[in-house]
Design a binder for this molecule. Structure first.
Ligand code: IMP
Ligand code: MG
Length: 176
């Protein structure tokens, strides 16, 4: 069953922020950058961000990883496995890592270590949403779309049990 939701960020607010992020990221990128997106949650954000970078004259090589933490619903555990690894050779290359939500930090910390272990020479990270109050692992992103309170969010690629990814905006699960 689809639980009720409450809008949090409109499509227009998100697009304006994606453009501002692209403005901030563009001068930091090297010509050979690989943009690695963590699937599935970040796929809509990454598509918009890649096109915003393209509109600013920045070509990006796109790659993807799937990391999964055990558990479902609104909680994740601290144990992470690589379900899909990236295919680009990263040795000596700059990487722009893109994820949907920086929550406890476990996922981003794992992804950053993995990318640096593959020999990336410079790693920048960009997340759509940051929930700083939830952090358990000390990790930050260079570029953050929105800082949000400790609410469970869906939409714009982000799911609750695979529901609501298709929404063009971000919403919160309404309190029961
Ligand atoms: P972390 O490893 O605890 O930082 O969790 C990050 C991942 O947990 C995100 O990439 C999401 O996939 C998922 N996640 C965290 N908060 C939410 C939420 O509010 N809604 C949906 N997924 C979430
Ligand atoms: Mg995720």
């Amino acid at each position: 069953m689809r639980p009720p939701i409450q809008p949090l960020l409109t499509a227009a607010e998100i697009q304006a922020r994606v453009n501002a992020l692209a403005d901030a990221i563009t001068p930091r990128l090297q010509p050979d950058v690989v943009m690695i997106t963590l699937l599935t949650g970040a796929f809509v954000f990454a598509a918009d961000l890649a096109r915003a970078l393209s509109a600013r004259g920045v070509p990006v090589c796109l790659d993807f990883m799937i990391l999964s933490s055990y558990g479902s619903g609104t909680t994740s555990s601290g144990s992470i496995t690589t379900r899909l690894d990236c295919r680009q050779e990263l040795t000596g290359r700059q990487v722009l890592l893109v994820d949907d939500i920086l929550d406890t930090g476990t996922t981003l910390d794992f992804a950053k270590r993995l990318i640096l272990a593959k020999g990336s020479s410079q790693l920048l990270t960009c997340v759509l949403l940051d929930k700083p109050s939830r952090r358990k692992v000390p990790v930050e992103a260079e570029f953050v779309g929105f800082r949000v309170p400790d609410l469970f969010v869906v939409g714009y690629g982000i799911d609750y049990n695979e529901m609501y990814r298709e929404l063009p905006y971000v919403a919160t699960l309404a309190a029961p």
